[in-house]
Design a protein around this ligand. Sequence first.
Ligand code: BES
Ligand code: MN
Ligand code: MN
Length: 462
Amino acid sequence: MDSAKAYVDQNKDRFIDELIELLKIPSISADSAYKDDVIKTSEAIKESLEKAGCDQVEICETPGYPIVYGEKIIDPDLPTVLVYGHYDVQPPDPLDLWDSPPFEPVIKSTELHPDGAIFARGSCDDKGQMYMHVKALEYMTSTGQLPCNVKFMIEGEEEVGSESLGWFVERNQEKLANDVILISDTGMIAKEIPSITTGLRGLSYVEVEVTGPNRDLHSGLYGGAVANPINVLTKMIASLHDDNKHITIPGFYDDVEELTTEERAKMAEAPFSKEAYTKALDIEDVYGEEGYTTNERNSIRPTLDVNGIWGGYTGEGAKTVIASKAYAKISMRLVPDQNWEKITELFKNHFESIAPKGVTVKVTPHHGGQAYVTPIDSIGYQAASKAYEATFGKVPIPQRSGGSIPIVALFEKELKSKTILMGFGLDSDAIHSPNEHFGIWNYLKGIETIPMFYHYFTEMSK
Ligand code: BES
Ligand code: MN
Ligand code: MN
């Protein structure tokens, strides 16, 4: 296969413009006010897949948002790569922290991205990374170099738990049959340190509600004499970690996969600068579970974090009140062998059991999913490794990530194939945060690297 570099150089302005058009549509799956925009995005993806050379593209209806499916089958005897990505994005708020509006993409250069980065919600997660695959396909089809079959499955509910995708995969196993699943929805260590994500954490997401008195009360008349749901909730939450930052829920660690000393030593070889890490976040020091390094804390260890907490009076000025209710949203990141449904149950039982008299507690599970690890001796991993080597001039480092793409474990269960996570984002791209961006260099490098994966995967499958 020829290097895609020349083609990328010739077409890069158009590649950037097309992505910018896609980023203008606010496909926020969490907020039903954007329903039409989410659907409009699925139509735009369909059109782009047709233009890139898919023979058959359809918008598949589901109980939720549609899944865009496209394929190009050149020879049933050749291997098939299934590309997965998502066209939905996270809500952009808090809006006032964005330097430019989240759905009006602009290109600006930064210290890490001297060639410029596209600032917009979804630029990295995942429209930009997903679109690299569409453009890589365009390169391969328009230059007659597609070496194998390809299927695309792009969903619109990843950021809210991929419920409809699970439904779709269970019902379409034959249609989705493949030899390897390829995803770009993760990151790499640094531009000069390519890496392949070999693990994802699982997730259990719950919402809790603490109810005290039957109405909001005057905090002078009743203060001190009844349980204040906010005081109680914060104390209950604080008790979920001990002084060593271990999680105190009984049974929480029972099934946690323990890495061997050798595996941990191997992990520690990945470059990491605590100084750069703390500086990038403007924090004095890191914080986390005793006995583990930062890289371990955010990948191979389970966590529990409050993602939002509210109740009482939060408007301007002061109002003296004891609220009747307090709420929090809590996520638990899980590691291999922890079962997310079991963890959700353990959380619920424990949280209800620690509630003092005078309040009632309701725990509502949201979504969840299993962790994932992929071996590095598979053909898929080896092909990806060679692809990076061809375009970065360096062997990529395998690295387990702390993020979650819960559907990956389900793919393995339902479709019986391994997923290769070729991510081109950087931690500093601020996914889910204000000012999300994606480096143009990363975007183009992705488009250049992906065709090499197809090439090596087809070669090595013979
Ligand atoms: N692309 C991310 C996951 C990710 C990012 C994994 C970077 C590894 C490195 C994905 O869109 C995401 O945000 N997933 C959610 C889970 C989902 C169920 C809402 C997450 O990890 O919070
Ligand atoms: Mn994503
Ligand atoms: Mn995301």
